[in-house]
Design a protein around this ligand. Structure first.
Ligand code: CU
Length: 294
Protein backbone atom coordinates (compact mmCIF):
# COMPACT_ATOMS: atom_id res chain seq x y z
CA UNK A 1 0.00 0.00 0.00
CA UNK A 2 2.78 2.43 1.00
CA UNK A 3 4.48 1.57 -2.27
CA UNK A 4 1.38 2.51 -4.23
CA UNK A 5 1.02 5.81 -2.34
CA UNK A 6 4.62 6.82 -2.93
CA UNK A 7 4.35 5.91 -6.61
CA UNK A 8 1.27 8.09 -6.99
CA UNK A 9 2.96 10.98 -5.12
CA UNK A 10 5.96 10.71 -7.44
CA UNK A 11 3.74 10.54 -10.50
CA UNK A 12 1.83 13.62 -9.35
CA UNK A 13 5.05 15.53 -8.65
CA UNK A 14 6.47 14.78 -12.07
CA UNK A 15 3.30 15.50 -13.97
CA UNK A 16 2.80 18.93 -12.32
CA UNK A 17 5.16 20.81 -14.67
CA UNK A 18 3.31 19.31 -17.64
CA UNK A 19 0.15 21.06 -16.49
CA UNK A 20 2.01 24.32 -16.01
CA UNK A 21 3.33 24.47 -19.60
CA UNK A 22 2.45 22.78 -22.87
CA UNK A 23 5.75 20.90 -23.24
CA UNK A 24 7.80 18.70 -20.93
CA UNK A 25 10.89 20.36 -19.45
CA UNK A 26 13.75 17.85 -19.30
CA UNK A 27 16.36 20.21 -17.87
CA UNK A 28 15.89 19.28 -14.20
CA UNK A 29 15.74 15.53 -14.77
CA UNK A 30 19.01 14.85 -16.54
CA UNK A 31 21.53 12.35 -15.17
CA UNK A 32 25.19 12.98 -15.80
CA UNK A 33 26.92 10.01 -17.48
CA UNK A 34 30.29 11.75 -17.70
CA UNK A 35 32.10 13.26 -20.70
CA UNK A 36 29.26 15.73 -21.20
CA UNK A 37 26.72 12.97 -21.80
CA UNK A 38 23.43 13.68 -20.00
CA UNK A 39 20.34 11.52 -20.22
CA UNK A 40 16.98 11.10 -18.55
CA UNK A 41 14.49 8.26 -18.33
CA UNK A 42 12.06 10.04 -20.64
CA UNK A 43 14.45 9.87 -23.61
CA UNK A 44 15.95 13.35 -23.39
CA UNK A 45 19.65 13.45 -24.22
CA UNK A 46 22.54 15.93 -24.30
CA UNK A 47 25.91 14.89 -25.73
CA UNK A 48 29.06 17.00 -25.74
CA UNK A 49 27.79 19.25 -22.94
CA UNK A 50 30.73 21.50 -22.06
CA UNK A 51 30.08 24.58 -19.92
CA UNK A 52 33.64 24.82 -18.49
CA UNK A 53 36.54 23.66 -20.66
CA UNK A 54 38.00 26.22 -23.07
CA UNK A 55 38.88 24.84 -26.51
CA UNK A 56 42.55 25.16 -27.50
CA UNK A 57 43.22 28.62 -28.89
CA UNK A 58 40.66 30.35 -26.66
CA UNK A 59 42.23 32.45 -23.89
CA UNK A 60 38.87 33.23 -22.32
CA UNK A 61 35.16 33.04 -23.02
CA UNK A 62 34.48 35.86 -25.51
CA UNK A 63 30.75 36.13 -24.87
CA UNK A 64 28.00 34.22 -23.11
CA UNK A 65 24.94 33.68 -25.29
CA UNK A 66 21.67 31.84 -24.92
CA UNK A 67 19.36 30.86 -27.75
CA UNK A 68 16.04 29.07 -27.95
CA UNK A 69 15.53 26.95 -31.04
CA UNK A 70 12.23 25.37 -31.94
CA UNK A 71 11.93 22.27 -34.12
CA UNK A 72 8.76 21.10 -35.78
CA UNK A 73 6.63 20.45 -38.78
CA UNK A 74 4.92 23.84 -38.59
CA UNK A 75 8.22 25.68 -39.22
CA UNK A 76 8.54 23.89 -42.58
CA UNK A 77 5.18 25.05 -43.88
CA UNK A 78 6.71 28.15 -45.47
CA UNK A 79 9.31 26.04 -47.35
CA UNK A 80 7.80 24.35 -50.44
CA UNK A 81 8.35 20.59 -50.46
CA UNK A 82 9.83 20.51 -46.94
CA UNK A 83 8.37 18.56 -44.05
CA UNK A 84 10.41 19.45 -40.93
CA UNK A 85 12.45 22.52 -39.98
CA UNK A 86 14.00 24.52 -37.17
CA UNK A 87 12.51 27.97 -36.64
CA UNK A 88 15.95 29.45 -37.40
CA UNK A 89 18.21 28.33 -40.24
CA UNK A 90 21.30 30.43 -39.59
CA UNK A 91 23.27 31.27 -36.47
CA UNK A 92 26.41 33.33 -36.04
CA UNK A 93 28.61 33.78 -32.97
CA UNK A 94 32.01 35.16 -32.05
CA UNK A 95 34.77 32.55 -31.67
CA UNK A 96 35.09 31.21 -28.09
CA UNK A 97 31.45 32.06 -27.26
CA UNK A 98 29.87 30.08 -24.44
CA UNK A 99 26.56 29.10 -25.98
CA UNK A 100 23.56 27.62 -24.21
CA UNK A 101 20.96 26.13 -26.52
CA UNK A 102 17.39 25.65 -25.29
CA UNK A 103 15.91 23.19 -27.75
CA UNK A 104 12.13 22.93 -27.92
CA UNK A 105 10.63 20.12 -29.94
CA UNK A 106 7.07 21.09 -30.85
CA UNK A 107 6.25 17.84 -32.66
CA UNK A 108 5.03 14.52 -31.32
CA UNK A 109 8.08 12.77 -32.81
CA UNK A 110 11.77 12.77 -31.94
CA UNK A 111 14.00 15.63 -33.09
CA UNK A 112 17.63 16.59 -32.60
CA UNK A 113 19.76 19.70 -32.70
CA UNK A 114 23.03 18.12 -33.72
CA UNK A 115 26.15 20.14 -34.43
CA UNK A 116 29.14 18.55 -36.21
CA UNK A 117 32.82 19.28 -36.82
CA UNK A 118 33.80 20.40 -33.31
CA UNK A 119 37.25 19.51 -31.90
CA UNK A 120 37.19 15.81 -31.01
CA UNK A 121 39.47 16.14 -27.97
CA UNK A 122 36.71 18.15 -26.30
CA UNK A 123 33.49 16.90 -27.91
CA UNK A 124 33.04 13.11 -28.35
CA UNK A 125 32.83 12.37 -32.11
CA UNK A 126 33.14 16.13 -32.69
CA UNK A 127 29.48 16.56 -31.80
CA UNK A 128 27.28 18.70 -29.62
CA UNK A 129 23.88 17.09 -29.60
CA UNK A 130 20.47 17.75 -28.02
CA UNK A 131 17.72 15.21 -28.56
CA UNK A 132 14.22 14.76 -27.23
CA UNK A 133 10.85 13.28 -28.12
CA UNK A 134 8.33 16.07 -28.12
CA UNK A 135 6.60 18.12 -27.16
CA UNK A 136 9.50 18.80 -24.83
CA UNK A 137 12.37 21.10 -23.98
CA UNK A 138 16.01 20.22 -23.37
CA UNK A 139 19.07 22.45 -22.85
CA UNK A 140 22.83 22.12 -23.18
CA UNK A 141 25.91 24.32 -23.20
CA UNK A 142 29.06 24.31 -25.30
CA UNK A 143 32.03 26.59 -25.85
CA UNK A 144 32.57 27.36 -29.52
CA UNK A 145 36.10 26.88 -30.91
CA UNK A 146 38.24 29.76 -32.23
CA UNK A 147 38.63 30.48 -35.94
CA UNK A 148 36.22 31.15 -38.81
CA UNK A 149 34.23 28.02 -39.58
CA UNK A 150 30.71 27.06 -40.69
CA UNK A 151 29.23 24.18 -38.71
CA UNK A 152 26.41 21.91 -39.83
CA UNK A 153 23.43 21.73 -37.52
CA UNK A 154 20.77 19.15 -38.34
CA UNK A 155 18.38 16.51 -37.13
CA UNK A 156 19.86 13.09 -37.82
CA UNK A 157 16.62 11.12 -37.48
CA UNK A 158 16.15 9.31 -40.81
CA UNK A 159 15.09 11.74 -43.57
CA UNK A 160 14.50 14.73 -41.24
CA UNK A 161 17.46 16.70 -42.62
CA UNK A 162 16.58 15.82 -46.20
CA UNK A 163 13.06 17.02 -45.46
CA UNK A 164 14.34 20.39 -44.24
CA UNK A 165 15.63 20.17 -40.68
CA UNK A 166 19.01 21.67 -41.46
CA UNK A 167 20.81 24.85 -40.44
CA UNK A 168 24.29 26.36 -40.31
CA UNK A 169 26.14 27.92 -37.44
CA UNK A 170 28.93 30.31 -38.35
CA UNK A 171 31.71 30.95 -35.89
CA UNK A 172 33.44 34.23 -36.71
CA UNK A 173 32.96 34.86 -40.43
CA UNK A 174 32.36 31.17 -41.12
CA UNK A 175 34.04 29.46 -44.07
CA UNK A 176 31.30 29.43 -46.66
CA UNK A 177 27.71 28.23 -46.86
CA UNK A 178 26.31 24.71 -46.71
CA UNK A 179 23.90 23.56 -49.43
CA UNK A 180 20.17 22.79 -49.18
CA UNK A 181 19.40 24.96 -46.16
CA UNK A 182 15.77 26.06 -46.49
CA UNK A 183 15.54 29.70 -47.56
CA UNK A 184 19.32 30.20 -47.14
CA UNK A 185 21.09 28.21 -49.83
CA UNK A 186 20.06 26.39 -53.03
CA UNK A 187 19.19 22.71 -53.00
CA UNK A 188 21.80 20.28 -54.29
CA UNK A 189 19.05 18.57 -56.27
CA UNK A 190 16.54 21.16 -57.36
CA UNK A 191 12.90 20.15 -57.12
CA UNK A 192 10.98 20.45 -60.37
CA UNK A 193 7.27 19.85 -60.09
CA UNK A 194 6.49 20.38 -63.80
CA UNK A 195 8.54 17.56 -65.26
CA UNK A 196 7.14 13.99 -65.48
CA UNK A 197 9.11 10.96 -64.29
CA UNK A 198 9.94 9.56 -67.79
CA UNK A 199 11.07 13.05 -68.86
CA UNK A 200 13.19 13.33 -65.72
CA UNK A 201 14.87 9.98 -66.42
CA UNK A 202 15.54 11.02 -70.01
CA UNK A 203 17.03 14.31 -68.82
CA UNK A 204 19.21 12.58 -66.21
CA UNK A 205 20.44 10.15 -68.88
CA UNK A 206 21.31 12.96 -71.25
CA UNK A 207 23.12 14.91 -68.53
CA UNK A 208 25.14 11.88 -67.47
CA UNK A 209 26.06 11.31 -71.16
CA UNK A 210 24.97 7.70 -70.99
CA UNK A 211 24.09 5.58 -74.05
CA UNK A 212 20.42 5.02 -74.83
CA UNK A 213 18.92 2.56 -72.34
CA UNK A 214 18.74 -1.01 -73.62
CA UNK A 215 15.30 -2.17 -74.68
CA UNK A 216 13.65 -4.36 -72.06
CA UNK A 217 14.41 -8.04 -72.76
CA UNK A 218 11.46 -10.40 -72.74
CA UNK A 219 11.75 -12.67 -69.76
CA UNK A 220 9.59 -15.47 -71.19
CA UNK A 221 12.36 -16.77 -73.43
CA UNK A 222 15.08 -18.59 -71.57
CA UNK A 223 18.59 -18.26 -72.82
CA UNK A 224 20.27 -21.51 -73.91
CA UNK A 225 22.28 -22.98 -71.09
CA UNK A 226 25.90 -23.64 -71.92
CA UNK A 227 27.11 -26.98 -70.51
CA UNK A 228 29.83 -26.56 -67.93
CA UNK A 229 32.88 -28.72 -68.50
CA UNK A 230 34.79 -29.64 -65.37
CA UNK A 231 38.37 -30.43 -66.05
CA UNK A 232 39.61 -33.42 -64.14
CA UNK A 233 42.60 -32.68 -61.96
CA UNK A 234 45.68 -34.73 -62.45
CA UNK A 235 46.75 -36.89 -59.50
CA UNK A 236 50.11 -35.19 -59.43
CA UNK A 237 49.20 -31.55 -58.90
CA UNK A 238 51.81 -28.89 -58.23
CA UNK A 239 51.02 -28.93 -54.53
CA UNK A 240 51.62 -32.70 -54.28
CA UNK A 241 54.99 -32.37 -55.99
CA UNK A 242 56.09 -29.58 -53.62
CA UNK A 243 54.87 -31.63 -50.65
CA UNK A 244 56.84 -34.69 -51.75
CA UNK A 245 59.97 -32.62 -52.36
CA UNK A 246 59.73 -30.99 -48.91
CA UNK A 247 59.19 -34.42 -47.35
CA UNK A 248 62.35 -35.81 -48.98
CA UNK A 249 64.41 -32.78 -47.91
CA UNK A 250 63.08 -32.59 -44.34
CA UNK A 251 63.07 -36.37 -43.61
CA UNK A 252 66.82 -36.73 -42.75
CA UNK A 253 66.63 -33.70 -40.45
CA UNK A 254 63.57 -35.08 -38.66
CA UNK A 255 65.15 -38.55 -38.33
CA UNK A 256 68.12 -36.95 -36.53
CA UNK A 257 65.79 -34.87 -34.36
CA UNK A 258 63.59 -37.82 -33.35
CA UNK A 259 66.47 -40.09 -32.34
CA UNK A 260 66.01 -40.97 -28.69
CA UNK A 261 62.51 -39.42 -28.45
CA UNK A 262 59.47 -41.40 -27.33
CA UNK A 263 56.45 -41.72 -29.65
CA UNK A 264 54.46 -39.26 -27.52
CA UNK A 265 57.29 -36.73 -27.65
CA UNK A 266 57.49 -37.08 -31.41
CA UNK A 267 53.75 -36.53 -31.77
CA UNK A 268 53.88 -33.49 -29.47
CA UNK A 269 56.82 -32.07 -31.42
CA UNK A 270 55.07 -32.60 -34.76
CA UNK A 271 51.95 -30.98 -33.37
CA UNK A 272 53.93 -27.89 -32.23
CA UNK A 273 55.72 -27.71 -35.57
CA UNK A 274 52.45 -27.85 -37.52
CA UNK A 275 50.99 -25.15 -35.29
CA UNK A 276 53.88 -22.77 -35.79
CA UNK A 277 53.92 -23.50 -39.54
CA UNK A 278 50.20 -22.60 -39.75
CA UNK A 279 50.79 -19.43 -37.72
CA UNK A 280 53.67 -18.49 -39.99
CA UNK A 281 51.49 -19.06 -43.07
CA UNK A 282 48.69 -16.91 -41.62
CA UNK A 283 50.97 -14.00 -40.66
CA UNK A 284 52.64 -14.17 -44.09
CA UNK A 285 49.25 -14.00 -45.83
CA UNK A 286 48.14 -11.15 -43.54
CA UNK A 287 51.32 -9.21 -44.28
CA UNK A 288 50.83 -9.83 -48.00
CA UNK A 289 47.26 -8.52 -47.84
CA UNK A 290 48.37 -5.49 -45.81
CA UNK A 291 51.13 -4.64 -48.27
CA UNK A 292 48.68 -4.99 -51.15
CA UNK A 293 46.24 -2.56 -49.48
CA UNK A 294 48.88 0.15 -49.21
CU1 CU B 1 13.92 15.37 -36.51
Amino acid sequence: MMKLVSVSVFAALFSLPTFAQDYQDHDGMLMNHGEGHLMDMAGGMVMGNNPDTLPGGCDKIAETKEITVHAGHKYAEKFPGRMFAFDTQEFQFKPCTKLTVHFINDDNVRHQWMMHGLPKYLYPKGMFHLEVSGPAKISGTLILPPGDKTYLVHCDIAQHMEKGMKAQLKVGKGDGDLPSIPNVTANVVADDYKITLPELLEKAHAEANLPEPEPVVELTKTAPVKPVVVEEESDFSGVTVIGLLLGVLVAPFLAKKFKGMTATEIVAYLFDLTNSLIELAITTVQRLIKSMQK
